[in-house]
Ligand binder design. Structure first.
Ligand SMILES: NC(=O)c1ccc[n+]([C@@H]2O[C@H](COP(=O)([O-])OP(=O)(O)OC[C@H]3O[C@@H](n4cnc5c(N)ncnc54)[C@H](O)[C@@H]3O)[C@@H](O)[C@H]2O)c1
Ligand SMILES: O=C(O)C(=O)C[C@]1(C(=O)O)C=C[C@@H](O)C=C1
Length: 385
């Protein structure tokens, strides 16, 4: 692989501040394996071989990937240590909040871009299928290299100013996180009396299942990030205040309990918001809800085989399906998905009734045929009898 040259014509050395963290590790792997670049870094979590001075001197590109609450002061500390030697370099950050970090970066003499990959570091080596907010702040000679870097990430890049980003993230992240933290807190208080979370599962709706997924993802994540987004994005507090006002209004109507209260709830919390969303958005959201509901049902169906296809080539899926046909196994659904390790596979949902009419070892024979003919490797499978 030919590394992408920087403005001097040679491949830049990239320094990562916070390279032992979740994104720092992901980015180092990306830069080394997908861009062929040399990566150095520093992190108080056991990676202090280079001093701050050495790091800013040696890195042509410096990326800040540190806790949100510390980042503006950390950037200022690096800028002080660089004492102007950063002129001609590119400095950037991955922080979930953009105004403070980008202002701090601009106080240096480096070229500056603020980035926000809007998803946790993925299992796969690129950001394909994810959005990256890009705040170009002071770019000149590094623009071409930056374009190449962003293209290599395969993220859907959206240019935005830091101020607009933070106001939007107060709604996209702050509000979403706040409502799911609140939901999880209520579930914690009330679900045990009903036998716990798992006891609710058989009675799930699609809406509850989707919300549970979001809450679980957040609660499984880094609590520091979720707390910092609430506290350090100044636009979150007004959004949370409006949410509390809306929930308070709902509570007041429930306490009143009369016909007028019911009408007030319908008007203010349903009809007025529905007309704000508009008919096309309501129809599209409703359709997506249905599709996600069926997707979740498919992914939970008990009869399935998950098959890893080593050959990412036209016709591989066709050859795979032919084996099921040969064994008279009826397929109910096919989803391409990723294992927890990031490996691409197909989850083949099977029709229970067709399995019932077949010999008990049919799935084992399908799996064997797939493997001996070199079509695919069965990574998981289940026949829910
Ligand atoms: N994880 C996510 O979901 C996610 C998504 C998008 C953006 N981000 C952003 O990426 C950045 C890093 O997040 P993360 O998930 O890797 O967090 P993390 O807590 O896993 O990593 C942060 C790293 O910074 C290090 N650090 C702390 N103080 C430091 C200092 N003084 N100098 C150098 N390093 C220091 C920590 O030791 C840690 O290894 C954050 O700004 C976050 O907003 C994270
Ligand atoms: O877990 C995920 O993939 C996320 O989307 C994490 C999430 C989020 O929940 O908003 C959290 C912080 C980052 O700034 C970006 C995204």
């Amino acid at each position: 692989m030919t590394p992408l040259p920087g403005p001097s014509g040679t491949a830049p050395v990239v320094g990562i501040v916070g390279r032992r963290g979740a994104y720092g590790r992901w980015l180092q792997h990306f830069l080394e394996t997908r861009m062929g670049l040399r990566v150095i870094g520093r992190d108080p979590a056991g990676d202090e071989a280079l001093s701050i001075e050495e790091l800013v001197t040696r890195a042509d590109v410096l990326v800040f990937s540190a806790p949100i609450r510390l980042t503006p002061a950390l950037i200022a500390e690096y800028a002080r240590a660089a004492r102007g030697r950063e002129a001609g370099c590119l400095w950037m950050d991955l922080t979930s909040i953009k105004q403070g970090p980008v202002e701090a970066l601009l106080a240096s003499r480096a070229e500056v871009v603020g980035l926000h990959p809007m998803a946790a570091p993925p299992l796969i080596p690129t950001l394909q299928g994810r959005v990256m907010a890009v705040c170009p702040a002071r770019l000149d000679r590094w623009r071409t290299w930056l374009d190449g870097f962003l293209a290599a990430t395969r993220a859907e890049c959206i240019e935005v100013t830091p101020g607009h980003h933070d106001r939007a993230m107060a709604l996209v992240q702050g509000l979403t996180h706040a409502s799911h933290m609140a939901q999880a807190a209520v579930l914690r208080r009330q679900a045990p009396a009903l036998g716990g979370l798992e006891a609710l599962r058989p009675l799930r709706t699609v809406g509850h299942a989707l919300d549970r997924i979001v809450s679980a993802r957040m609660l499984a994540g880094n609590p520091g990030i979720y707390a910092d987004i609430q506290f350090d994005n100044p636009h979150v507090l007004p959004a949370v205040e409006l949410m509390a006002e809306a929930v308070g209004f709902l509570r007041d109507q429930l306490r009143r309990g009369d016909a007028e209260a019911r009408q007030a709830l319908r008007t203010r919390l349903l009809e007025e918001s529905a007309s704000f969303f508009g008919a096309p958005a309501l129809a599209a959201g409703s359709h997506d809800f249905d599709r996600l509901g069926y997707l979740l049902a498919d992914l939970e169906s008990p009869d399935f085989l998950s098959v890893f296809l080593p050959e990412d080539a036209p016709g591989s899926l066709c050859r795979l399906l032919h084996v099921f046909e040969e064994h008279a196994v009826n397929i109910e659904s096919i989803h391409s998905s990723r294992s927890p390790e990031g490996e691409l596979h197909f989850r083949i949902g099977l029709d229970r009734r067709s399995l019932d009419d077949l010999p008990a070892d049919t799935l084992a024979r399908v799996a064997k045929a797939l493997e001996t003919r070199g079509i695919g490797r069965v990574t998981a499978g289940h026949r829910g009898d």
